[in-house]
Design a protein around this ligand. Structure first.
Ligand code: C6P
Length: 387
């Protein structure tokens, strides 16, 4: 059997259809869309088509903007720093609300703003990784400029009640941003139902290419430019458009939308098969995150007396790829900040592993994992007990 990839929250395989389309725009239709000749002009209708597909994926009305970025990192940095820059002259609006389970591209950006004088409230999640609209309401003040809360968590998959949170923000006249990077392609994401002002995403999390993503901006919401020096993206982001990337993201967006029912049924069934097997057959295991309010592909589970890193190595020896948490924190010695935010025992937080599936995960792959996992865990536990 070929290698088994269960780390789809870190990144996904580019879908064959997206890869095929991108190839054309790398080799034959390689013009710069800003150029006034055939090579450039040829790309424009295809770019429009790709953007339309991206709008449809999040149900964005035509009047709203989707700023194409290099991914969610840029989108998160852009919106948070742009709101801060727009409020710089206002001592009245110097407060920000976020959570203690955000991706580092959000919370580290807020930590940076704190150094520049911003006041930031980091709302604590409950033991399942949930944040309530009531918590947000209680934290809102006359000074709050922006609330930034993720839609789905990357490590545990918990889905947060964003439409209720956004309703509280609207009521208070405060801007609301959500990082939807881990939600898109896994659950329906509809900016009109959510009622958010800004929303970030990355194509490589839904079988598009790396280095491309976007920031949705509701009509009428202000956004300071981040990159200056070009008229691209209505002067909001200078730089030659990544045409193959946008085209690939467009195809992936269409496929992600078409595949949502499959995610909710088949991908979830396979995730549940793995989860139920582990819970029923391996003693002393602890599920992290909310069992119900969770993305259908994600399973974060701690195996007592089994170091997460060691387990990853053993899985890798069996050609199975998983992770202990966020890929960008894989070099950190400290255990996951998200798991510690759940209040779980520090030692146990070092024993967690994230399995994340995709629509390309086959049942026989899950069956293989199930067939080798008990022996791997048993061996690692014996080592840890010094047997
Ligand atoms: N999370 C993970 O293993 P970029 O790298 O810009 O495409 O996406 C950053 C990002 C932003 N928000 C969330 C919620 C994310 O999950 C990620 C990427 C990966 O969990 C890599 S750290």
């Amino acid at each position: 059997m070929k290698r088994i990839y269960l780390d789809n929250n870190a990144t996904t395989m580019v879908s064959p259809a997206a890869a095929r389309e991108m190839e054309k725009f790398n080799t034959t239709h390689y013009g710069n869309p800003s150029s006034l000749h055939g090579f450039g002009l040829d790309t424009r209708p295809e770019l429009r088509k790709a953007l339309d597909r991206i709008y449809r994926l999040i149900n964005a009305p035509d009047a709203d903007d989707v700023l194409i970025t290099s991914g969610a990192t840029e989108a998160n940095n852009h919106v948070i720093k742009a709101v801060f820059a727009a409020q710089m002259d206002s001592v009245q609006k110097n407060h920000y609300i976020t959570t203690n389970i955000e991706h580092p591209t959000v919370y580290r950006t807020f930590e940076y703003l704190e150094k520049l004088g911003a006041r930031v409230t980091y709302l604590p999640c409950d033991k399942n990784g949930l944040i309530s609209a009531a918590q947000v309401k209680a934290a809102l003040t006359e000074q709050t400029a922006l609330v930034s809360i993720m839609l789905a968590n990357n490590e545990i998959g918990t889905i947060l009640p964003l439409s209720e949170i956004a309703a509280e923000c609207r009521q208070a006249g405060v801007l609301i941003h959500t990082d939807a990077t881990q939600a898109i392609g896994k659950i329906p994401v509809n900016v009109q139902d959510l009622g958010v002002d800004y929303l970030s995403f990355s194509a490589h999390k839904f079988h598009g290419p790396k280095g491309i993503g976007g920031l949705y901006v509701r009509h009428g919401r202000r956004l300071e430019p981040f990159f200056h020096g070009g008229e691209q993206m209505a002067n909001l982001r200078a730089g030659t458009l990544n045409v193959p990337g946008i085209i690939g993201m467009g195809v992936a967006a269409q496929e992600a939308l078409d595949g949502l029912a499959y995610e909710a049924t088949e991908v979830k069934r396979l995730r549940d098969k793995l989860e139920n097997f582990i819970l029923q057959n391996i003693p002393d295991v602890f599920l992290n995150g909310d069992k119900q309010k969770r993305t259908p592909n994600t399973l974060n589970i701690a195996f007592k007396d089994c170091e997460g890193e060691a387990l990853l190595w053993d899985l890798n020896e069996h050609d199975i790829a998983a992770s202990t948490g966020s890929a960008c924190a894989s070099e950190e010695l400290e255990s996951s900040r998200v798991l510690r935010a759940l209040g779980i025992d520090k030692a146990l937080s070092h024993m967690a592993v994230r399995f994340s599936l995709s629509r390309f995960t086959a049942e026989k792959e899950i069956d293989y994992v199930i067939s080798v996992l008990p022996a791997i865990i048993k061996r690692l536990r014996e080592i840890s007990e010094g047997k």
